[in-house]
Design a protein around this ligand. Structure first.
Ligand code: ADP
Ligand code: MG
Length: 240
């Protein structure tokens, strides 16, 4: 589903990603961990074209993101993203937050878009909130709406950048549960998170980034149980 070959990303003189290569299979759940500033967000942002790669190749669902011929807007429809900050449209109801993409971008009818939005709200456990505004919801509820909004575009891949880091602790579980359900349904997911429990239980593979390098990758059992690299061991000893 995703092929990354020797991805480099610089901001001016500063090289942030220093040659990342990895393949992510259809339905795979890949968790990205690493210290603050290691390039995790930049990596995810490159995967949906929010940042241009400086060099290297990224292919998603058979489309080459790094080719100048690729329509980036079309490709991005296939790659949903959820951020730490939920970025909902404050002046729109929950229902309208979810229908706006399908209606404006995919040109679906209002009826079809609303039907889909209601199905998705049910899936994330918020069917009774469609008439509310974002400010009337808790952080965990808003993040679940943000996930529903991304899913309304029928993405082939979902990217999550620390989706629970801005939440009060009691709301983390409800968001992780929605993500777990999504993984069980077979969504291909790349998740940057500090939730090591989620990484162990839901992740098929863990990537450890440090200083712009993909230092080590493996199954959760390999990375958490028997990390090979000293830098991975050192990081894990601080977070576990
Ligand atoms: P992480 O998500 O792992 O904490 P980031 O990918 O956000 O790391 O950032 C990696 C490094 O890239 C940081 O040193 C950050 O300051 C730098 N960086 C990120 N975005 C930009 C940008 N738009 N311009 C310049 N530097 C940036
Ligand atoms: Mg980040």
């Amino acid at each position: 589903m995703i092929n990354v070959e020797n991805l480099h990303k610089s901001f001016g003189e500063l090289e942030i990603l220093k040659g990342i290569s990895t393949q992510i299979a259809n339905k795979e759940v890949v968790v990205v961990i690493g210290p603050s500033g290691s390039g995790k967000s930049t990596f995810l942002r490159c995967l949906n074209g929010l940042e241009d790669a400086t060099s290297g190749k990224i292919e998603i669902a058979g489309m080459e993101l790094t080719s100048p011929k690729t329509n980036i807007y079309q490709l991005r429809q296939h790659v949903g993203m959820c951020f730490q900050q939920f970025n909902l449209f404050k002046h729109l109801t929950i229902l309208d937050n979810i229908t706006i993409g399908p209606m404006k971008v995919l040109k679906k009818s209002k009826e079809e878009s609303e039907q889909l939005a209601r199905e998705l709200l049910k899936k994330v456990g918020l069917q009774d909130k469609e008439k509310n505004y974002p400010d009337e919801l808790s952080g965990g509820q808003q993040q679940r709406v943000a996930i529903a909004r991304a899913l309304a575009m029928k993405p082939k891949v979902m990217l999550f950048d620390e989706p629970t880091s801005a939440l009060d602790p009691e709301m983390v579980g409800e968001v992780l549960n929605v993500m777990r359900d999504l993984a069980e349904e077979g969504m291909t997911m790349v998740v940057v998170t500090h939730e090591m429990g989620f990484a162990r239980e839901v992740g098929n593979r863990v990537l450890f980034l440090d200083g712009g390098y993909l230092v080590e990758e493996g199954t959760p059992a390999e990375i958490f149980g028997n990390p090979k690299e000293q830098r991975t061991q050192s990081f894990l000893s601080k977070v576990l």
